[in-house]
Design a protein. Sequence first.
Length: 277
Amino acid sequence: MNWKGVLDFLKEKKFGLDRKELVEAETSPVVPDDFCAEEVVYEMNDMGEREAIERFVPPTRSTATRKPPARTKGHSRGSMVDPRTNRAITFASAHEWRCALILLASPEIAEVYDQPPAITYVDAEGKKVKHTPDYLAVSRSGKKCAIAVKPSRRVEKSGIVDTLDRIKPILGDYADDIILLTELQLTHERATNAESALQAHSCRVQADCDRVAVIMSGINGEVNAYDVAKAFGDFPRGMNAIWCLVYDGIVKLANPALMLADHPFVFRVLQATSVAA
């Protein structure tokens, strides 16, 4: 066992998690609700009869106005799928990847656009130039925020702060605000939590989510997520359901700046509304 494994084991023991108990209590896997990602459509068969057919619905293409740059030693690129819109979202760096994860997992965000249309503004020399935000996030209330992602070491050299200051007064209907995010906000811990919520949602079993919500309904304040999962009776399914409720905004992490493994405490949000896709 390497040092990371030892640390994980010590964390689990600290918060009352026993791996031996989990193995002994392991049950048969349950098929997620949307395992096949299918939808039912109706078509006419050869007999002229209306027939229900299940078919796979692939993600739609990204709406990005430009492609990510080619991959190099210092940069990465890729895409993921927004579960709410079933649309590909691209990223061109590790920081953008973390930003996309956090946006897609946020219950406050309804839609995310990567590489939205460029904004024309006047630079310090009086020339008209264009800037393309990395993301445009739309909240559930309809507010729009354009986002520029940069590593902090490149902020000053890139002049991005001056660029955003010149763009803000002329945003108009494009967005309500434009902000800069660096690794100081897009931390490894926040991105890891977001990724866990997204992965859990992709393996969602709504009956499990409803059961965990009932278990937590009688608890006021913070509670150890591991205890809730053990009370569920099937630890992996219980934890997956907890992450699904985090994705919905029904449950929140007590300290979202830390990974759940480091601070496994959560609380139920009163009168929360599910936004599950």
